[in-house]
Design a protein. Sequence first.
Length: 115
Amino acid sequence: VQLVESGGGLVQPGGSLRLSCAASGFPFSSYPISWYRQAPGKERELIAGISSAGDSTNYADPVKGRFTISRDNIKNLVYLQMTSLKPEDTAVYYCRARRAWQDYWGKGTLVTVSS
């Protein structure tokens, strides 16, 4: 089982990034997927989630209206489109696949928002 995040990097405030999460080794299309982030010195927080079919999404208040989660169940990919980025969005971003007692995490990708 693997979840591999990519797409992180350094971006200026107000900029955009698209993160990807590539999944393998489990029935991806049966799992809801979530994105989390962990800023330096803070706890990991849930920021977005998408249902297994992709027909339902939810967002934490700090990212609502700026971030969009989506998935491609043919390519086994989940995306997080991030716009209007702020310095407080700086964090390591993780994807998570969880169904019942099965719980998989990626290793994360670093997003730094700074001028």
